[in-house]
Design a protein around this ligand. Structure first.
Ligand SMILES: [Mg+2]
Length: 161
């Protein structure tokens, strides 16, 4: 079950501290959007998220947004952030995660993926061998299949803790 286990688990993206990333020699972050940065039904980044992203960028880290959601959602969200992004990423498939690493120009040791789903973000990250950070999902109001997957995820999270 190691392949489904994150290296780190936090309540929110703002709990991911720069010191921790530096300690782990991380230089680039692959970040999910839906329920990781904002709720899946929120179109634009919040002030808090903009500040967190700006600070991370300011400290020299590179960021690539990688979402399984469609072009319209991802482009609208990323529009003013001035960050590279990949939509329809099909995580946990490795192809677009590797593409993100090319954009970041980082090695697997220097890369970290941050997301809220074990079966897409964490599995995908573990498949390409990067550091994996699982966050508590922002929104609980979701499509039924996501709610179903959550139940399975809760089981695993209990096991880590
Ligand atoms: Mg997500």
């Amino acid at each position: 079950m190691k392949i489904l286990t994150p290296d780190l688990y936090f309540q929110s993206i703002v709990d991911v501290k720069i010191e921790l990333l530096k300690e782990r020699k991380i230089k680039g972050l692959i970040i999910d959007i839906d329920n990781t940065l904002v709720g899946w039904d929120v179109d634009l980044p919040t002030e808090e998220i903009i500040r967190w992203l700006e600070n991370i960028k300011h400290q020299g880290f590179k960021i690539c947004l990688v979402s399984n959601n469609n072009r319209k959602r991802v482009e609208l969200f990323a529009k003013d952030l001035n960050l590279p992004y990949i939509f329809n990423a099909r995580k946990p498939m490795r192809k677009n995660l590797r593409k993100a690493m090319k954009i970041l120009e980082t090695s697997t040791e220097e890369t970290c993926i941050v997301g809220d789903q074990i079966f897409t973000d964490i599995l995908g990250g573990n498949l390409i061998g990067v550091t994996t950070i699982l966050l508590k999902p922002i929104k609980s109001k979701e499509f039924w299949w996501t709610a179903f997957v959550r139940k399975i995820e809760k089981y695993f999270i209990k096991k880590y803790q």
